[in-house]
Every structure is written in C-alpha cells, then in structure tokens.
Design a protein around this ligand. Structure first.
Ligand SMILES: [Zn+2]
Length: 184
C-alpha cells in the first residue's frame, strides 16, 4: 500500500500536484491512499467524460459548461480530476477527497453534526465559496488550514489565522482532526 495517492499526469504536472499534496502532511496522504484516492490530470484535449466512467454514465454535462470547472472530485471513483494544477484547485479538490476518506466513502462533512453545527452557526466564511454548501465549506476551510493559495486569486488569502479569526468553531474541528495528523 502506497503512502501517497496515485497521480496520473505528465512529470512536470505530477511534480506540481505533489507539492500541493505535501501541504496536507503525511498522515493525510496515507489516509487518502488507504481510501484508494487517485488524482488524474486531464490533457488539454480531454473532457471529463473521456476520463471518468461515472461522469460518462451519469451523462454529466460539466464538459458543456461555458467554462468547465478547473477540477472536480467524483465520490464513487475516489478520484480527483484536474484540468488546472493551480495550488488552489488541487488543494480544494484534494480536500474533497479527504472529506470522503474521513467519512469512509461518504463526505464526513455531510454526516458529522459538529461540522453541520459550525456551518449553520457561521457568521462569516473564510472564502465566498465556503458558504455554498457543507462540502464546499469543508473543502475551503481545509484549504485555509493548509494555506494553499494562488498568487492572483481575487479572494482573500485563505490562511489558518484567517480561519481562526473568522470561523473559530471550524478551526477547532480541523485542529482536532489534524491533532494526530489525521491518523484515526
Ligand atoms: Zn468543491
């Protein structure tokens, strides 16, 4: 069993992806690997449905969006699909993969009452996207926890200090999850 998720990408892209995954720490990478997490970088001509059997079967329309998403995580395949290897994209999608690994195949954020309570009680969000649903809330808070940011994002920098300041309840939850380096 590998200590890291499997990455399928050209060497230079794999290096960029690996560098972002490192931000999460060895325990998180082991957990993701044990859950069978894969990371696949799409070639520029690939559509999501070319690479993902689930998206093909579900006749997902993401490829036909005016601007297809920079990345996505498919729960049933435990797979992160990336069009972009930007730090923000890789970290956000990998955070979904960890949410799924922590929940044993379903999103922890969907079943953990502490996270639900923190989301409901939040007065402000670490990034605008964090407000859009429990799973995005978890992913963006975790991205802040590991401080994965793109230099040119118009959003405020997602940092651990900002999370503590804006959403102390969620900061406490992530602190407890990472207290043992995500080792259950
Ligand atoms: Zn997301």
């Amino acid at each position: 069993m590998s200590d890291r998720p499997t990455i399928s990408a050209a060497p230079r892209d794999a290096t960029a992806i690996d560098a972002v995954l490192d931000l999460f720490g060895p325990g998180a990478l082991r957990l993701a690997a044990a859950a069978g997490t894969k990371v696949i970088h799409l070639r520029s001509t690939d559509r999501y449905r070319d690479r993902s059997p689930a998206l093909r079967r579900l006749a997902s329309g993401v490829d036909d969006w005016p601007i297809p998403p920079a990345g996505l995580f498919v729960v049933e395949e435990r797979t992160v699909y990336l069009r972009s290897t930007s730090v923000m994209t890789v970290a956000h999608e990998f955070a979904h993969a960890l949410d799924c690994a922590l929940g044993g195949g379903v999103y922890l954020s969907g079943v953990d009452p502490r996270i639900r309570r923190a989301f409901r009680g939040a007065r402000a969000f670490v990034t605008p996207y964090a407000a859009s649903g429990l799973d995005e809330y978890f992913a963006e808070c975790l991205r802040a926890w590991v401080e994965a940011n793109d230099p040119r994002s118009p959003w405020p920098r997602a940092t651990r200090a900002r999370l503590h300041e804006i959403d102390p309840a969620m900061a406490t939850i992530l602190e407890s999850l990472f207290a043992y380096d995500l080792v259950p």
